[in-house]
Structures are given as C-alpha cells and as structure tokens.
Ligand binder design. Sequence first.
Ligand code: HEM
Length: 499
Amino acid sequence: MVSIVIAALFVIVITLIYIYLKRAYSPSPDDLPGVKPHIVFGNLLNSGILTGKLSFHQVFLDYQRRFGDKFQFWFGSHRCFVFCGVEHAQIIFADRHTFEQAPLSFPNFDLLCPNAIVMLTGAKWKRHIRVLLPMLKRAKIIGHLETIVQCADHFIDQNLHPGQVHRDLVSSCQSFTMNVIGFIGFDHDFDAHINSPIKKAFRDFIFYSVSILLSPWLPRWLGKIYLKYNWKYQHAYRLIHELSEKLVEEEQNKESEMENKRPKNLIASLVSSLNEQANDDQVSSGLTHAEIFDEVLIMILAGYETTSTALSWFIFFASKNPQVQQKMKEELRKHHLLMTDDLKYVPELTSENLTSLTYCECVTKEVLRLAPVAGFSVRIATCDTIVDAVKIHRGQTVFIALNNINTDARYWHHADPRQFVPERFLGEDENHHSLAMIPFGGGHRACIGQELAWLELKTIIVRMMQRGITFEDTSENTGGYEDHLSCLPKKLAVRVRFD
Ligand code: HEM
C-alpha cells in the first residue's frame, strides 16, 4: 500500500514539474527572436556558456549578429530581453522608476550575501548607498593617489621580473587591486599575494558564487544545502567573516579615540553608521551589524575583482601593441616624468600631471571600452512598459549588452571598434555618444566604484611605463575569454622587459 502511494506521489510530482517547465518555456506572443531554449538550462547550455566554450559577451555579440538589436535569451527558465542599442540604454537607464536592479543581476547571490548593496532596491538600497557612496566620490578617491602609487611600486617590485615569461599575472593583478582596496577602503594591509589565505578565501568564495549564479534552476533549498555542507565554501566564508570582524573592531577602537571626526574611508563610514535598530520603515538611516558584514565583503570583492581584470586586459592589449607602449613613454618623456637613466629617480605622480597625460588617458579609456570586464547590466520592469516597440510586462527582466554597445561600428568610426586603438579618442571618436561607452553600466544603479577604478587603472598603467616596463608578446599569449564574476583573458603569457 505504502509503495503504491509513494509511486503515485512520484508520478504526480514529475507531472507537475513537466507542466511547470512546459508552461515556463511555451511560446508567448511577446517573444523576441532568439534560440530555442533547452528545457532545464534555457540558452545557458546550448550557447556554450555553461560548458565554458563561450563567454556571455561573445554569445550576445553572436545573437545580435543573428537576430538584431533586440533578442531574447533564456537564463534557465527566465526569459530575458536583451537590448543592444544606445537608444535602448538611454531609455532604460533614464527611467529609474520603471527599471530597477534585477534579482537576475546576481541570481541566488542572496544565499551568499543577502544584505549587499547589489541585492537591494528601494528604501534599503538608499540607506546603504548613503553610507558607501560619499567614500567613493572623486574628491575622496584622489586623496589616496599616493597610496595607489605605493601599491603599484610594490606590484612591480614583487611580480615583474626582467626577461621572464609571466603566466600568472592575472593573479598578481588581483593582489595589487586587493591591496589598494585594503589600504584605501579599510585602512588595512591585506598583504595579498599569490598564496595569501585571504586571497584564496575570496577566490573560493567567487568560485562558489559563480556556480550558484549559473544555476538559476537550482531550487533555493538545494542551493542552501550545497553551501552549508561545502567545507571549502564554509572555510572561505569563515575567513572572510573573521577579517570583517577584525576590520570593524579595529575601526571601533580608533573611533573612540577620535570622536566626531568625519569618516575618511569605507570602514569608518560603515562603522559610524552602525545602528542595530536600522530598518526601512521607522529608522531610515544606519546599517545593522549583519548589513555591515555583507557590505565589507562586497566592497572588497567588487573593489578588487573587476579592476584587476581590466588591468590584466591592459597587459594583454599592450603586449599586442608595442607602439602604444612606446607612445605612452614618449608622452611621459615630454612631460619629464620618465624614470632617470641611472634608474635612481622616478618622478612623483600627482593628480595634475596624471591629468596632463592625454595619450595615457586615451589608453585607459580604450582598455575600459574594449575589455569585456562586465558584459551586461540587468534590470527588472516594475510596471508594464514599451521599449522600441517591444512590450515589456511587469516583472520582465531586461539586459543591456554593454560590450555590444562599446564595440558597435555604428557608434565608433575612427578605426575597427574591435581593435585596440587609443588614438580613436583623439580622432573621429573624440566626441562619441556618451552612452556608446558604458563599461560601468548606467543610470541610478551604475557602478559606484568607477572613480576608484579609473584612478587605479590609469595610475598603475602610467607607473609601469614610467619605470620603463615593456610587455612583450609570446606564442602562448593567445588571449581568449574566461567568464568568472568578470571576463578574464584566458591565456595571458607575456615577457617583461625593463628599458
Ligand atoms: C574596471 C572596473 C569596474 C568595472 C568595469 C565595473 C563595472 C560595474 C558594472 C557594469 C556594474 C553594474 C552597473 C549597472 O547595473 O548598470 C557595477 C556595479 C557595481 N560596482 Fe563596479 N565595476 C568596476 C569597479 C568597481 C570597484 C572598484 C568597486 C568598489 C570599490 C565597484 C563596486 C560596485 C558596486 C557596489 C556595484 C553595485 C551598485 C548598485 O547596485 O547600486 N566596482 N560595476
């Protein structure tokens, strides 16, 4: 009798799952062109993303070529509309009331980090952004230039060895950006290097985040169990937690010594906002302890991962374009900023002389334009609306394909937009459309760390050129793409030469 009941229940569950999946994937009158989805994985599997064959931005470029500027992409059982034109970005980014940050930006990430700013909307997001954003404004960031230069020198001294082929520069770049965010965000020496435990903890955390992000079909309870009994993930999380506790405690000790001082960095701002009563209805300011922990985690993660990826791409592009490295050095020579011939003196970098380096600025811009660090912005429609004759219903997810726009020949004229040509910003593309280059997304949910990323990237690029470094191409240096949280060069292997 019992076995009959179990068998019947089993059949019912399977039938319900089948009906649910059938309904989820059945054609709708609002469908856009796209590739027929797989019943469980949507387009994640048949596009080659899940198998690691192609990265998101490659798939979006391919779909745009096949289906035009508007197509649909099935993220598991979620049907998403992808838009690839500046006019689309303009409408979607400008209308903050209709298009809000979507849960699909980081699917299931709330299992790992529920209170981080990337997961929040509405009053709660406002409460968090008020604490974080003032510490990342340009005026604040520029005050940390000297620290960034010191970290750049440390990176060069520790990681770049003359004459050798370097195959692990991605990891070295990550150590550099982690140290920068440590010093300027948290007034702490993370002492990140290739084998440091905290770097390893974040690497493991990212690994499990990506597994969870790419499993949107995973029932949440299964995701929870997977994380709970995964000792590697638990170990990484514990280390990050201990670090966060330590940072908060150190700051609290300092705080009592300097009452009423304005916060000067992220951790000071976070700690001074501590308010266990904070909530979004009655107490609309401050952050709870749990919220502070998630923000520490996400600011370290976002602060180091993306910028190091952009830096890795710079090294790749530079190695393929020796003339660009030469031109940067000529500009530095003209401004008397190159290291002296006896190697004894490297001229100081100030915000003024950084600003005067126009060509180096173009190189930084070109890296951010061409490197597919973050492939898309994701928004959810909060009400029914229409974008370029596409009916979008409340709850529908839309993607803006950032890299497609950044490399679209309709908006870039100076040279082939898929090529690395910094001169474009001095030529025909000098006055490009402001939304033709959106590596940091846009609108009210644009990247809050972009000032830091710009300064960090330009400073280290200039510093490496100042110190006479040249990255040379090798036969192993074949590039390609590897999607983690950001999209890395798959094969980066360059020889380093000191002039
Ligand atoms: C080259 C470096 C970077 C790139 C390409 C990048 C790119 C992006 C993109 C595309 C978004 C989503 C924007 C949107 O949805 O429209 C984003 C959001 C975000 N970024 Fe960055 N980012 C970089 C560096 C940083 C740094 C250094 C930090 C922190 C110090 C940071 C913190 C954040 C945060 C907290 C968000 C979420 C903002 C929100 O949801 O309101 N990013 N970033």
